[in-house]
Design a protein around this ligand. Structure first.
Ligand SMILES: [Zn+2]
Length: 311
């Protein structure tokens, strides 16, 4: 899960927009798109991992890892809707220089990843790739970069090739390597709370429609009904959503009831809210509860709302 993107999506739905969100969503779409293609052509006896974050010796992130019995493929995915060119080891985007050079990014992540293999005495070959996943991306390159670069329309061929070239005598079981990698996997290290500071009071409070984003919600005994698109949502579902929002908005391991009540803005009875919280979540101290995991369904709703509002 991309927690920084979810955090910024929640802020946007409550009227606090940060530019970086659009880049995060574009990158996320590219990674999801790539993962769908990989799963379609997944080579025999292989495992695919996404968004692998580790610290070895320093922080690195790899978008996709394909574990096979005789080698490991690493993929850095870029969703550039652009003409890309590589000259003198650097990648240009529509002839403009990119500050954050993806080639260096892959070289560095590959070096760090190799440290894990060495520490675990895994003698297996490592093949990094840069994937330009956007359907309209084009590429021209000189000889300066060794890393293979794959365009979207070359992916099927790529996976068929690596499937047919696999050794018949496996060296390693991909599940064993997967277990080793899981030991090194860490959570996102970006401190986006410091990078994009804000106060809850900057956000619009209240219950909004998860279908159209409107805050004009009419309250009945058990439901909220949107005055704009007429979608109904139960109070229970609305509170679940608010709890997820609160978890995404605030740093740390706990949610504070005062923050949740700020977002609720008196549209639900606080006694009822406390009762549900005590049923659903583990209480840490008075007024704090263990944060629930962010649900994929919550992310889907936020993204749908984001796309609707982009139109
Ligand atoms: Zn609505």
């Amino acid at each position: 899960m991309n927690n920084e993107m979810i955090h910024l999506l929640v802020r946007k739905s409550r009227g606090n927009y940060i530019n970086k969100l659009d880049n995060l969503v574009t990158g996320y779409e590219g990674e999801e798109d790539f993962a769908r293609i990989v799963r379609q052509y997944l080579p025999h006896r292989s495992l695919f991992l996404t968004n692998f974050i580790f610290e070895q010796p320093s922080y690195a992130q790899i978008d996709g890892i394909l574990l096979m019995s005789d080698r490991i493929h690493l993929y850095e995915v870029k969703n550039y809707d652009a003409h890309c060119s590589i000259t003198g080891g650097k990648l240009y985007y529509n002839h403009r220089h990119i500050n954050h050079n993806p080639i260096q990014q892959i070289d560095r992540a590959t070096d760090y990843f190799r440290n894990i293999l060495i520490q675990n005495k895994l003698n297996i070959s490592l093949q990094p790739h840069l994937v330009l996943i956007h359907p309209f991306a084009t590429l021209e390159q000189d000889e300066s970069v060794q890393i293979p670069i794959l365009l979207r329309n070359q992916l099927r061929h790529h996976f068929q090739m690596i499937d047919s070239s696999m050794h018949s005598h496996p060296r390693y079981d991909p599940t064993t390597i997967h277990d080793i990698l899981n030991y090194y996997r860490i959570n996102d290290w970006h401190n986006y709370f410091d990078q994009h500071p804000f106060n809850l009071s900057d956000l619009r409070a209240g219950v909004y429609c998860t279908n159209c984003g409107s805050f004009k919600m009419e309250k009945t005994a058990y439901y909220f009904k949107c005055q704009h698109c007429h979608t109904s949502i139960s109070k229970k579902a609305a509170l679940d959503y608010l709890i997820q929002e609160c978890a995404a908005l605030t740093p740390g391991e706990v949610i504070k009831t005062k923050d949740l009540l700020y977002l609720i803005n008196r549209s639900l009875s606080s006694n009822w809210v406390y009762r549900i919280l005590n049923q659903k979540l583990e209480r840490v101290t008075y007024g704090t509860y263990v944060k629930p995991k962010l649900e994929p369904e919550f992310l889907n709703k936020l993204l749908e709302l984001y796309y609707k509002r982009e139109k």
